[in-house]
Design a protein around this ligand. Structure first.
Ligand code: NAD
Length: 315
């Protein structure tokens, strides 16, 4: 049975497709190559998939149901839905586009899943916990989403719930915690810090650097998604995919400095409105139900990302 991966040209999606192909599955990528960041990078990401006999690529926009028409004639049992406008900051500048892609687009994907009787694995985000200060976050704790991005993701989760309840569409919701590693999106902090520290440029840290994040290496996330694809469920289920290790900004920057071989030049500025002091996943549920076991340390993960950034010439 084929697997459809929406957003399959992106950071996480393209590496997922390669892993699926390596394990002998067939994949269909659906992506509109949006201009959130370099289209050239996304085309590069698809190189191996394009060359693989079991890899198909459909250029389509999930906001338009007709874009998905081509898939009506295909046989597939799972849709991994990763296509989205991602990122908290930019969502504050253009919320309506985020709502359109991440909510209306998700509903179109669910409509397709309903017709094809396919299971949906939905790429959600730790941002849905928002300003809930009570970490580690468990899946059933209170969500206090504050950014348009987080709101669009929780709406996507709710749509999955509604399609499960009303039409029996099975879904697994995976809340990813700050993913990094090769092919990372250039808008994300680790990418920018590596670039600037490598070039000897100053970086800005908001707050005193003691804020912590749960950084998760992409390979660990991919293993979690693969388990979610395989596991048999009859209803909607939600899992955190994090590393469950808090890393302070100061430690992150120090680690990047060591890997890159430069002493970071840091300017500390006041924390920004809406910044959360800590993110941390409880991963007990994913461990138990998905055999999820993240293994990559921040040092090793940063080394891998730096190696990739050097190879593709973005440092
Ligand atoms: P990405 O931007 O690299 O990948 C998203 C892909 O979706 C891109 O290739 C883009 O072209 C495609 N896309 C966007 N709008 C589309 C549309 N209208 N129709 C079809 N395709 C469209 O992002 P990523 O970091 O790989 O994130 C993948 C998923 O994981 C997203 O849903 C994101 O919200 C979620 N997520 C990511 C992180 C992270 O740290 N990277 C954390 C939490 C959740």
């Amino acid at each position: 049975m084929k697997i459809v991966v929406t957003g399959g040209a992106g950071f996480i999606g393209s590496q997922l497709c390669e892993k699926l192909l390596d394990s002998g599955r067939s994949v269909i990528v659906v992506d509109n190559f949006d201009d959130f960041y370099s289209r050239k990078r996304k085309i590069e990401n698809l190189k191996k998939i394009k060359a693989h006999p079991q890899g198909d690529i459909v250029v389509g926009d999930i906001r338009r149901l007709q874009s998905l028409d081509e898939l009506q004639n295909e046989e597939f049992g799972v849709i991994v839905h990763l296509a989205a406008l991602a990122g908290v900051g930019p969502s504050l500048k253009s919320p309506s586009v985020y709502y359109d892609v991440n909510i209306n687009g998700t509903e179109n994907v669910l409509k397709l899943a309903k017709v094809k009787n396919a299971k949906v694995v939905f790429g959600s985000s730790s941002s849905v916990y928002g300003i809930n200060g009570d970490t580690p976050w468990k899946e059933d704790c209170t969500n206090v989403p504050i950014s348009p991005y987080a709101i669009s993701k929780i709406a996507g989760e709710n749509l999955c719930q509604s399609y499960n309840f009303n039409y029996g569409v099975v879904s697994t919701l995976l809340r990813f915690f700050t993913v990094y590693g090769p092919r990372q999106r250039p808008d994300l902090a680790i990418f920018k810090f590596i670039q600037r520290i490598h070039r000897g440029e100053e970086i800005i840290i908001f707050g005193d650097g003691t804020a912590t994040r749960d950084y998760t290496f992409v390979e660990d996330i991919l293993n979690g998604i693969l388990s979610a694809i395989s596991v048999n469920v009859a209803e909607k289920q939600t899992y955190n995919l994090g590393n469950s290790v808090p890393v302070s900004l100061n430690l992150l920057v120090d680690t990047i400095g060591k890997v890159v071989g430069k002493t970071p030049k840091i300017r500390y500025m006041e924390m920004q409105h809406g910044d959360v002091p800590h993110t941390l996943a409880s991963i007990d549920a994913a461990k138990k139900m998905l055999n999820y076991a993240p293994v990559v340390s921040i040092e090793d993960g940063i080394k891998e990302q730096y190696k990739w950034m050097s190879k593709v010439g973005v440092v």
